[in-house]
Design a protein around this ligand. Structure first.
Ligand code: CDP
Length: 256
């Protein structure tokens, strides 16, 4: 693990040169996997994440089926080579927790009632980790679900906010995440409905509301990139296939 830096912000700039409200660069590639129903490869700073979605498909064993809705399953996994110290393969307390909160982030948006007895399986593989992998995973999963054509209320966009050197900052890098005063990963719909919120560290009530405001700004920026990636991929494909192939659903938020 790297050492705690003496200062996180010098002359208004963070350790990697960003301002307090700036995201790390994000790169999105849709459908990189041939065998998944939907997939997305996402880079966020030095994080490298692959998301694959399968389904809706019959859920086995059958006693786990829900007669009234689809079951959303989410598996977050870190590759052994994704961090400095090799990760032991298999589940850990951390991966079980992140898988649970990842699933919860999508329960509200996926129209599960359309597909009783089935499962929608979301797999997140962290190939390289550099803080913010749970939020990067949620962003990639959201796009992989859309790529698989799973009906949803809208995209989910996520980012972390936190506190370093007494200031609220957007999208924590590794040193800020590991040694900062607070880390708050958040996911929300484009309409601002929060589907995931965790908090590590301490914030006053005022700081918490300031952090929420900044998270909304961050999630809006992520949402625009996600939407842009979908439009670029599918507009191109539909233009080739003719107007009739255009989907009726709009990309956006159908919260109500
Ligand atoms: O990745 P995220 O910020 O969602 O989760 P975290 O538990 O706050 O972990 C922060 C970062 O610590 C990860 O992104 C990794 O870069 C690093 N980490 C690690 O090096 N070894 C682990 N076993 C877990 C996390």
């Amino acid at each position: 693990m790297s050492e705690k830096p003496e200062h996180f912000i010098v002359d208004g700039k963070r350790l990697d040169g960003r301002s307090v409200d700036e995201l790390r660069p994000i790169k999105i590639e849709l459908s990189p996997l041939d065998r998944a129903d939907g997939s997305c490869y996402l880079e966020w700073g030095r994080n490298k994440i692959m998301a694959a979605v399968y389904g809706p498909r019959e859920l086995h064993p059958r006693h786990r089926q829900n007669m009234t809705k689809a079951v959303v399953q989410y598996r977050y996994n870190m590759a052994a080579f994704s961090v400095d110290d090799r990760i032991r393969p298999g589940h850990s307390r951390r991966s079980i927790e992140i898988s649970k909160v990842g699933r919860d982030a999508f329960e509200y948006v996926v129209f599960t009632k359309f597909f009783p007895k089935t499962a929608v399986d979301i797999f997140i593989e962290v190939l390289q980790a550099d803080a913010g992998t749970r939020t990067a995973g949620i962003n990639a999963a959201s796009l992989a679900l859309a790529d698989a054509g799973i009906p949803m209320r809208g995209l989910v966009s996520a980012c972390a906010v936190g506190k370093v050197d007494g200031e609220i900052v957007l999208d924590l890098m590794k040193e800020e995440d590991n040694f900062g005063e607070a880390d708050v990963p958040i996911a929300m719909t484009a309409g601002g409905k929060i589907t995931h919120l965790q908090m590590d560290g301490n914030l006053t009530k005022e700081e918490f509301y300031e952090a929420l405001k900044l998270a909304k700004i961050g999630c809006d920026k992520v949402y625009k990139l996600q939407r842009q990636a979908l439009i670029e991929k599918y507009n191109g494909e539909y233009a080739e296939n003719g107007e009739d192939a255009m989907p009726q659903a709009r990309i956006g938020d159908a919260d109500e």
